[in-house]
Design a protein around this ligand. Sequence first.
Ligand code: F6R
Length: 591
Amino acid sequence: MCGVFGYTGKSVANDMVFQGLKRLEYRGYDSWGIAVNNDGKIQMFKDIGEIQEREGLKELPQTTTAIGHTRWATHGGVTVNNAHPHMATDDKFTLVQNGIVENFSQLKTKLEKLGYKFTTQTDTEVIVKLIEEQSKTTEDFEIAVKKAFKLLEGRNTIAILRINGDILAVRNGSPLVIGKGKDGIFLASDSLSFAPYTNDVVLLDDYDFVKISNGKLHIENVLTGKEKKIVVQKLKNTYTNIEKGKYEHFMIKEIVEQEKTIFNATEYTQTELKPLVQAIQEAHRVYVLGAGTAGFAAGQIAYFLRNIAKIDTQEVRSYEFNTYKNILKKDDLIIAVSQSGETADTIEVLEMAKKHGCKIASIVNMLGTTISRMSDFKYYTNAGPEICVASTKVFTAQCAWGYILAKTIVGELKEAKKNVTDLSNLLTKYFSEKTYSSIEKIAKVLKNKEHMFVLGKGENAYTALEGALKIKEISYKHIEGFAAGELKHGVIALVAKGTPVFGIISNDEDCKDLVSGMEQVRARGAMTIGIGDSKFSKLEVFDYFLVVPQVEEISNISNVIPFQLISYFLSKELGNNIDKPRNLAKSVTVK
Ligand code: F6R
């Protein structure tokens, strides 16, 4: 979703911001803009579509201070006019925002009554006009910004470029981090975007007001006015090299990386896991939550905790957690699952849980992000940057982490590590031309199908949901995942002659039920595709079968991989934008 990037320093700010925005692209956007300050004048360039060199952009004067933005439309269509930055009426400042002004219509109505004329449909323009209105009551522009900011409802982060060359920013809810490089200061939605220049960061808290003026950084709390001590932290794993390498797309690169990332996620020692193990054992109840793919990983982690560690665990989608608030107890433990660490739906639950006094643990991919910082027990998937919008390697890394956590609780960490290592080794062999060509064949068959279903049961129930989501996201095909038991209670009505139905099968107590579900759909003419243990590959019930490396207890992790590959090859076949599927954003920072 929206990305903010600002720079002031010795390098050409236009170029720094342009490159920064390119590195924020993966978050998802539909338009973009850059504003530079030159000789007491602000000049801007905005465009819709892909960030690329344009004539108008080249015409901007080269300066040492600039801000930029990638917009993911919420209020108002995708137009150049609605793209950020938004200029003040008197051209004295320009502003970018990440978030949603929830009281946008009330504020807009009030401002219109005061005579303000709006030229865009964005909620961002309301902030600009609000600052102008507050400026009437004070000579001090910074005070006007703070006063205006306090009137906003919702999770909003703003950055402002003034004609005097200052950059101001306020963070609330939506991410913002400072980078302190040798030759300049960065301000951005994530540290990855300035990673080639520095991994020295200043992490910001909600309501931090930032001023970067003449190369100096000042931070204070916008509510209390108290100055904040600037603490520079070094981020451990800064990934400067975000390249596709020999791969055509980030998605396939990230899928193949799973041979290593599943293992990396489990590189925790008993000592490192102990505080969380103890908290789980002492908790009244454990909730595991996330949204989208992370929500399915949460389901898988909860499955491991219940079935391996015998812990009373409930998985909940973050955006539905409110329905549990009346039974939430202070000795409940929340485990938040997130790639970005910035998902608004999840953060909102954590805020509520904190108020209840619950302890929070998290498994996050991106370092130094809000969810980790809110957590009493922080763990990282260590999967490296995931650039393709559709999550692949982080999903399996999160599941693998959940597995070793559950095994640690029952004193079997060593066995868990062996299993994960075995799986990693098997995957190295699995990612081969032979595998790709068998998947491509299936993808060609699926190309002309409009509706598909995925069945899984028990350990593979969440694999079915995630498998379907993966295909849906990039191929835009209608595909639904179900726990196989659901079939006869309704879903089967949708199965017609030729409808592709995937069945995920491991050598476990549920395999018979899965086979019988597949028999039922086949009897109604479905085209059946088995995914899983080679032991079942010759069963007549399957028209096609994709064999997946199996390691006992974690075959549900590897069983998702063919879906990732089908999603990739099918979308390639369809000519879709694989790494940046339509309408989706990588970091979902608004509700
Ligand atoms: C799908 C996908 C999304 C995210 C979801 C939560 O491939 O990536 O469904 O899983 O938006 O995001 P994070 O994991 O950043 O909390």
